[in-house]
Ligand binder design. Structure first.
Ligand code: NAG
Length: 249
């Protein structure tokens, strides 16, 4: 009895800081996201269901730090591996993402932008190598200067859910969708920002022909970018959005 209690204590410590997308929707249709249960099942030799969401080890403190911007982890989180399935989304359609924080609390970080990216798989996304994916930014919201309200606050007000639109002009094909929150509450100090990226395999359908070129994960962000090394505790009038130029499709 005593040992199982201390094991529970250890597990509770492990999951305290996590944040992950447990559910997502395509044009309002529910899809299974990645659950921490799957991490423990895999670790214990159990089976993990086939889903379109990527496996990732969003454990310990639960985020990718600027010190890891030069590593594969910035793509789709730590030790990420593609989901086995791919879900169909029509160009112009929407995807919504529900973020679960530890103990199903509201998302704890109300300061920071929310971004979404697409990367062409050039083949089956279940075999994608995250270090080869070139990301195109398709959605980025920072702060509303008139209300001083961050995208993260909008997410919390909307039941921890964010909706992005697939550009109508994007060429059909297989893509990894990368959705990300960047928490800035500690970003006033070097390496204090917290990136929470999550990935999903999708097949975009339609008749668009835009094939914008993307940016490798390791080139997306720099620790000293003024939107990453950023003090949020003041009136904000000019937030420089990190990452490459937004694709306006
Ligand atoms: C928020 O979304 C989650 C996931 O879909 C759902 O389980 C929960 O009931 C929702 N809560 C509210 C207050 O709508």
């Amino acid at each position: 009895m005593k040992s199982s209690v201390s094991l529970l204590g250890a597990l509770a410590t492990v999951v305290v800081g996590h944040g992950l997308v447990t559910d997502f929707w395509i044009n309002g249709q529910h899809q299974q996201g990645f659950l921490l249960d799957y991490y423990y099942a895999k670790k214990n030799g159990g089976t993990v269901p086939d889903i379109a969401a990527w496996y990732a080890e969003n454990l310990d403190i639960g985020f990718v730090a600027p010190t890891e911007y030069g590593t594969a982890a910035i793509n789709c989180h730590k030790n990420a591996a593609p989901g086995k399935l791919t879900k169909t989304v029509p160009a112009g359609g929407s995807m919504s993402f529900y973020w679960e924080a530890a103990n199903k609390q509201p998302w704890p970080h109300s300061q920071g932008p929310i971004l979404s990216y697409l990367a062409a798989c050039n083949g089956d996304c279940s075999k994608a190598d995250p270090t080869k994916l070139a990301w195109v930014k398709i959605d980025a919201k920072g702060i509303d200067y008139s209300t001083q309200r961050w995208a993260s606050e909008d997410l919390i007000a909307n039941n921890n859910t964010w909706t992005s639109k697939i550009p109508a002009s994007i060429a059909p094909g297989n893509y990894v969708f990368r959705h990300e929150i960047i928490a800035l509450h500690a970003a006033g100090s070097l390496n204090g920002a917290q990136n929470y990226p999550q990935c999903f395999n999708i097949q975009i359908t339609g008749s668009g022909n835009a094939k914008p070129s993307g940016t490798l994960g390791t080139a997306l962000y720099k620790a000293d970018h003024p939107g990453i090394l950023f003090n949020p505790y003041r009136t904000i009038t000019d937030y420089p959005m990190p990452g490459p130029t937004l694709f306006n499709g």
